[in-house]
Design a protein around this ligand. Sequence first.
Ligand SMILES: [Zn+2]
Length: 299
Amino acid sequence: MKELMKGVFILPGDTNIGLITKDGYGLMIDSYREKSARDVIKFAFNNGIEIKGVITTHAHVDHFGGHDFLFEKGVEIISSPIEEAVVKYPILGTMGMSHGVYPLSFLQNEHFLADKPVPVDRVLEQGEHELFGIRFELFDLPGHTLGQIGVLFKDAFFIADSLFCPKRMASHKVPFHKCIERELDTLDFLEKTNYRLYVPSHGDPMTKYELDKMIDLNRKIIQEIEVEILEFLDRPRELFQIYDYIFEKRNMHPPNGSLYFLLQNTILSYLSHLERKGDITTNAYDRKLYWQRNTNRKG
Ligand SMILES: [Zn+2]
């Protein structure tokens, strides 16, 4: 474990786990997997800290995969209102990835489906809170998921997957967000904040200066993808053609079905965003659904 500032720790890893502490009590931020959750419990025990709860930034398996282990240990499971549904019923999240139907077998793996549903003990809204003597503030950071939250404790802001860091960008090529306009709002919000340290879930802790650079990079990629899609939709295209076009342009090569679905969902969220904005429109004819730039739109 690394101490970022007094009483604030992270277990760095593929998903960083946070630990905020006060007077011998601790709250974890995410759990990643059983192994990492176990390591944090052990560290806490050796340092005279009793872990009372785990705050879920959002219900993706790489963030709450160790929750059932923690629950067995009597640790309180804490979540935001929307994410609560998926922590309790992980199959809902996997169905989301599987176009809403009961998940394909290859989506039912450790990357997309948690081992066990976990009861949620406490649902917390955005705002200031005090639990077990630990004062912290929660902020809604929607975009990556609808109910994602960040945790501010002292001068350290745990910002979950609200932005993609270089390592993630290299593997994903296109940031995965459920709702692009909320993600853009979240980036605007983060830009207005000013804390000593920002801790993303998949990357190194950053200063405000580094955060701002990362915000610019994330905005830039979102804008580039929008432009690429709009350029390609200068004539009617089918969905699979759009996927293929962006995959090729962005050098995305899904090696299996589950990653194909993930990347497809990623592109679909950009289409959904552009459609809601009125920039693109769909037309059904000849048993097909065509997507095209909205030529009725001025400007
Ligand atoms: Zn995530």
